[in-house]
Design a protein around this ligand. Structure first.
Ligand SMILES: C[S@@+](CC[C@H](N)C(=O)[O-])C[C@H]1O[C@@H](n2cnc3c(N)ncnc32)[C@H](O)[C@@H]1O
Length: 308
């Protein structure tokens, strides 16, 4: 299944307008704090990569799958590495009109409208300026951004030393194909770090109201509870894979992969899940599925001749 953009969901006009408001709230809310969280999570991931593979992510040829419009991880890694980012969506970096027309043609009016609005409001540039400030870097490092579908990477085998991806795999209709490509373009001895957002987490439905912190009465895990499922809806394509299916797939493609289940505010969510279970709901989901927000996969590709 080929998508024009991962935002290609059909929702009505009113829902789109409401989405716009919540996206604005999400992106405009406390930018320094958003940046602080971004950097601290990236440092946490780098520490896990070092722990599990022995690699320090510096002076590497890096590939990022799905850097998105903010380019936040790409900028972070480009401070110490040579980074290429590939995204299904066109990522315009300046105000030249050409890329926006290409985006309109390739990714459609919704994707283009959202990006243009964010640029006009200056939200992306404010985020970048704050990111550079907190990273103590004077200007944006060189970025090589290409519009490309990650199921068909236009790079030779063994090109990259480190492949990174955050919050992308849950949006892929064919994640197995992308994993095959990741393994192919990684050099022997190189490392992978993939962080994906679990559908079964409370905000796994990707409803902008939940992300913006204005839930408007949407109950916890609404999308997994038949009586409340109509109250939350995604604004992007989601493959809805569950924890067990992800772990099986990742182990199949990268046999020695280390999997980390990232759980934030775990005690709160466990308590709330227990209350909901008392009412007879969520019986099909384990506590681990409900409280794990991101699944992180870290893998070192065996050196040539290492038996794999
Ligand atoms: C939720 S955004 C995440 C952006 C960024 N990684 C972040 O954490 O802010 C998902 C990104 O994945 C990209 N994407 C979705 N499917 C893709 C594909 N098949 N190939 C490359 N990029 C893809 C989307 O265009 C989008 O920019």
């Amino acid at each position: 299944m080929a998508l024009k953009s991962y935002t290609s969901t059909r929702i009505g006009l009113m829902a789109r307008m409401r989405e716009g408001l919540h996206l604005y709230r999400q992106h405009a809310r406390d930018i320094p704090e958003q940046v602080r969280i971004t950097i601290s999570r990236l440092r946490q991931l780098e520490a896990l990569v070092l722990e599990h593979t022995g690699m320090t992510v510096a002076k590497q040829r890096v590939l990022e799958i799905g850097p998105g419009q903010k380019l936040r991880q790409m900028i972070y890694f480009a401070c110490h590495n040579d980074v290429t980012g590939v995204d299904l969506d066109v990522i315009p970096t300046g105000l030249r009109p050409g890329p926006y027309f290409t985006m309109l043609r390739k990714n459609g009016v919704i994707r283009t409208g959202k990006t243009v609005t964010r640029k006009l409001l200056g939200l992306d540039s404010q985020f970048t300026a704050e990111l550079l400030r907190q990273l103590e870097v004077s200007r944006t490092p060189r970025l090589d951004i290409r519009q490309m579908d990650a199921t068909k990477l236009a790079f030779p085998d063994r090109t990259f030393g480190f492949v990174f991806s955050a919050s992308v795999f849950e949006h892929l209709p064919e994640p197995a194909k992308v994993l095959d490509e990741v393994v192919r373009v990684l050099r022997p001895g190189g490392s992978v770090c993939i962080a994906l957002h679990l559908y079964t987490s409370d905000n796994g439905i990707h409803d902008p109201r939940i992300f913006s912190g204005n839930r408007e009465g949407i109950p916890l895990w609404a999308h997994l509870r038949p009586a409340h499922a109509h109250k939350a809806s995604p604004n992007t394509y989601l493959n809805k894979l569950r924890l067990g299916a992800w772990e099986t797939l990742l182990r199949e493609k990268m046999p020695t992969v280390r999997l980390e289940r990232m759980q934030y505010a775990k005690d709160y969510f466990l308590e709330e899940a227990a209350k909901i279970r008392d009412g007879g709901e969520l019986a099909d989901y384990s506590d681990e599925e409900l409280v794990t927000v991101d699944l992180v996969a870290i893998w070192k590709k065996p050196e040539q001749g290492a038996g794999e």
